[in-house]
Design a protein. Structure first.
Length: 413
């Protein structure tokens, strides 16, 4: 009977990595004339890659204190299903991708069962909840991080951590041409495309999209008054983890708030960032995507007043945007909470549209950042470089150790 690997991701970005990891593990196992069974939590990409899904990632991706409270019954039910699946199926190794609120609890259960835990994509313990480092020390066997400053943070706390590079830094630019992308999404390639990326979670879209649409309205009016400016068209990428009902909700929101604007819903965020002149991006993984692709952008974000008030007391980093944290300076404008207004966004975004000092300066800084996020060469390694390859390599090492010792199979219920 083939060994089983528990792999779990709770949101859109982690779900992409999860699918890539499954594919890479399958490829490596096939080369060894072996195989494994994958089960856990994920979205449609992971299912397509071969995940036996216990819990849908779409049902668990909730962010913010008040938001989590409202969804506690669904979250708790999902957690119980995952925990029971671990007890019933006893995996040989577990790969947990980000999503710490659920995954730290699962790591505790996995540790009790004697299952080695590989944690990929560090939770932001360096920004807040530093007391949780004890959970990592106790329950995580290997921590593989995607930002260069995270490795020294963990090593200072006696965690076996390794910077493996950012998976998005390994991806080639989207191959679709501007004309083909326009044809696929019914766009006018002669217009100035501006990206609107409100986030992948439903709550993020509800909180961030209305002000983005008000910005689009204001920017449209300004650009159309300028003789040298081309008429803008707005690209709104939506994550594949959104259900048809949620997608319909977004369409209704656009129709209600921007009925006269050209706002096109697209499915490929990276292609939208490649071909957009500039973008408005909610804080999160999409900011790293924009930076790696080289698309000038402004970072925005808004949460409930209670969540924001609590976060201001406990978050200890000087910037919100990951791009600025990596650069250790303000490369990208940040408009958070009350500063997140249409007039403020237009003030910061408009200078990025024409060729000029502001645009060129930002693009130069983004090129430097791309170099910082690429994988370092590991001395003596025979494997191809890359974060996903390294995750698979470590997972197989843990799997081999587990198969020799049989620990996970001998721990009592």
């Amino acid at each position: 009977m083939p060994p089983s690997i528990f792999i779990s991701a709770g949101e859109a970005s982690g779900e992409v990595y999860g699918a890539l990891i499954i594919d890479e593990l399958k490829r490596r196992l096939a080369a060894q004339h072996s195989e494994a069974v994958f089960f856990g939590m994920g979205g449609p990409r992971m299912v397509a890659a071969g995940l036996d899904r216990v819990v849908r990632a779409e049902d668990m991706a909730v962010m913010g204190i008040t938001e989590v409270v409202r969804h506690l019954p669904t979250i708790y039910t999902g957690f119980r299903k995952l925990r029971q699946s671990l007890r019933d199926r006893r995996p040989s190794v577990a790969i947990l991708i980000d999503f710490p609120d659920i995954h730290f609890k699962l790591a505790r259960e996995l540790h009790r069962l004697g299952v080695p835990v590989l944690f990929f994509v560090s939770p932001q313990l360096w920004a807040w909840k530093k007391h949780r480092i004890k959970l990592v020390q106790r329950y995580v066997d290997r921590m593989l991080v995607i930002f260069p400053f995270e490795e020294p943070f963990y090593r200072e706390h006696n965690v076996n951590a390794e910077f493996v590079g950012h998976p998005l830094a390994e991806l080639p630019l989207p191959a679709v041409s501007r004309s083909d992308f326009a044809l696929q999404n019914h766009l006018d390639s002669a217009k100035t495309w501006i990206g609107l990326l409100p986030g992948s979670r439903v709550k993020e879209i509800r909180d961030n999209l209305p002000e983005m649409l008000r910005t689009a309205d204001l920017l449209y009016s300004k650009l159309c008054r300028e003789a040298a400016a081309r008429e803008p068209q707005f690209l709104l990428p939506l994550a594949p983890t959104l259900t048809p009902a949620r997608r319909a909700e977004v369409e209704q929101q656009v129709a209600a708030l921007a009925p006269h604007l050209a706002v096109s819903l697209v499915s490929d965020a990276r292609a939208a960032l490649l071909h957009a002149r500039a973008s408005i991006v909610a804080s999160g993984t999409a900011t790293v995507e924009a930076a790696l692709i080289g698309n000038p952008f402004v970072v925005v974000y808004r949460v409930s007043p209670l969540t924001y008030a609590i976060a201001r007391r406990i978050v200890t980093v000087p910037h919100v945007a990951m791009v600025n944290l990596i650069a250790q300076k303000r490369v990208i404008p940040e408009l958070i909470q009350n500063d997140f207004t249409a007039s403020n966004i237009v003030r910061e975004l408009e200078p990025l549209l024409p060729d000029g000092p502001r645009r060129q300066s930002m693009m130069k800084e983004l090129a430097v950042l791309r170099g910082l996020l690429r994988t370092r060469t590991r001395p003596g390694s025979q494997d191809s470089a890359g974060a996903i390859a390294r995750v698979a390599e470590v997972a197989l090492d843990l799997l081999e150790t587990a198969s020799r010792t049989g620990i996970a199979q001998t721990v009592p219920s």
